[in-house]
Design a protein around this ligand. Structure first.
Ligand SMILES: Cc1ncc(COP(=O)(O)O)c(C=O)c1O
Length: 422
């Protein structure tokens, strides 16, 4: 029996959110083992047991980022806080900063760099395409820059930006490289050391399947030296990477009260990632994304963007809204009738595409099949008909072609041996 209290005439009952399958561009569904870890008893932020957990988080983060960087810890706050911390700790007023922009999150970094007082040079590309390194190089030839910032996974368009060549040209011109990997860490490779990324920022609520609230960051000795050589203090106290690094180091510098339950959650999410194995985890994200896309095509829908598969995010599927279909109505029906959330779009793509995420714990066969069944039904009622079951059949065919591991049916008996016995 749910208890109800009245506050100003408003009945406030027990917290019982409806069941949801989260297939938007984030948040993804939290891994239950992460939620369990988060509900374990709290420790103070200087308790030796907690500082040991922090050290584990650093070690696990290095594995996730594929780096040997000394600095690999989470900033308190969402991905945006991590970006503000990284950009704000490197950039000083008047510094020239080159930002690659071919989507909403490139725009966000322009805005953050401008607020830091940078002279921002935006290298703009078409939404739905990657940026070519030559475009960044041309901007560097026009004048030196302290930082080149690019989005690794442009969640707004579904594009996966290759980074190694951009890092090479940036370094040739003496600039640091920052990658926004908010959507990519945990779902596809982010090889920080091999690609020459100086600073990288992630989020917890996407492919790591942890609630939002921490932003894993890593940066190398080159970036540390630039931060240490600043002429002025970082403008934000809260997002000063140097001070945060001192808390995450044996110095245990007293900064803000650490969100210890979130750190438990991130530790578990990273542990789950390392246990699954990075190649297996990336393959799982690709498998379910590909199965979804096979089903989407069979529903007579097309994908947004012109890039080939290798330059697309495996776990964000941007679907063009068919003519005559009300995109909001479809999303509402999906939530109300099926408890499935998919994403809308930003800016020039608003109303034109849906973004379906198959990230982290959400990347499962059942979710893909349910989503396709639900979409078929909703779209039929909206006037876009497709052959009955075509989406599911195409996805199942994809799973079958991917081999037995991809099908992973439940146990043979399902309890049937007990049915009918007295
Ligand atoms: C690529 C990218 N960068 C930055 C952000 C901002 O992250 P947050 O919403 O966690 O602050 C997002 C969130 O959608 C993102 O997808």
């Amino acid at each position: 029996m749910a208890l109800h209290y009245n506050f100003d005439g408003m009945p406030v009952g027990d917290l019982l959110p409806g069941p949801r399958i989260l297939l938007g561009p984030g948040p993804s569904m939290a891994d239950p083992r992460v939620l369990r870890a988060m509900s374990t008893p709290l420790l103070g932020q200087f308790d030796p047991e907690f500082t040991a957990i922090m050290n584990e988080v650093i070690a696990l983060s290095r594995l996730a980022w594929e780096t040997r960087n000394a600095q690999a810890f989470p900033v308190s706050g969402t991905g945006r806080a991590g970006l503000e911390a990284a950009i704000g700790s490197v950039v000083e007023p008047g510094d020239r900063v080159i930002v690659g922009e071919c989507g909403r999150f490139g725009l966000l970094m322009i805005e953050i760099a401008e607020r830091c007082g940078a002279e921002v040079v935006a290298v703009r590309g078409e939404w739905g395409r990657v940026l070519e390194p030559e475009a960044i190089e041309a901007a560097l030839r026009n004048g030196p820059a302290k930082l080149v910032a690019v989005v690794h996974g442009e969640t707004s368009t579904g594009v996966l930006q290759p980074l190694a060549d951009i890092a090479r040209v940036a370094h040739a011109h003496g600039a640091l490289v920052l990658a926004d990997s908010v959507v990519t860490l945990g779902g596809t490779e982010v090889a920080v050391d091999d690609w020459g990324i100086d600073l990288a920022v992630a989020g917890t609520q996407k492919c790591l399947s942890c609630p939002s609230g921490l932003a894993p960051v890593t940066y190398n000795a080159r970036a540390e030296a630039v931060i240490a050589a600043r002429r002025h203090k970082v403008r934000s106290n809260y997002l000063d990477l140097g001070q945060l690094a001192d808390y995450w180091s044996p110095k245990r510098f007293n900064h803000h009260t650490a969100p210890t339950a979130m750190v438990y959650g991130l530790r578990e999410a990273l542990r789950a990632m390392v246990e699954e194995g990075l190649p297996a985890r990336f393959a799982r994200h690709r498998l379910h994304g590909d199965a979804l896309r096979a089903g989407i095509a069979a529903l007579g829908l097309s994908l947004f963007g012109k890039e080939p598969g290798a330059r697309r995010l495996p776990f964000i599927t941007p679907v063009v809204v068919p003519d005559g279909v009300d995109e909001l109505h479809v999303r509402r029906r999906l939530v109300e009738d099926f408890g499935i959330e998919i994403g809308a779009a930003f800016g020039p793509l608003q109303g034109r595409i849906w973004r379906i995420g198959t990230m982290g714990y959400s990347a499962q066969r059942q979710n893909v099949l349910l989503c396709l069944a639900a979409l078929e039904s909703v779209l039929r009622r909206e006037g876009h008909a497709s052959p009955a079951g075509a989406g599911i059949d195409a996805a199942l065919a994809h799973y079958a072609s991917a081999g037995p591991a991809a099908s992973r049916d439940v146990d043979d008996s399902l309890g049937a041996t007990g049915i009918g016995r007295v």
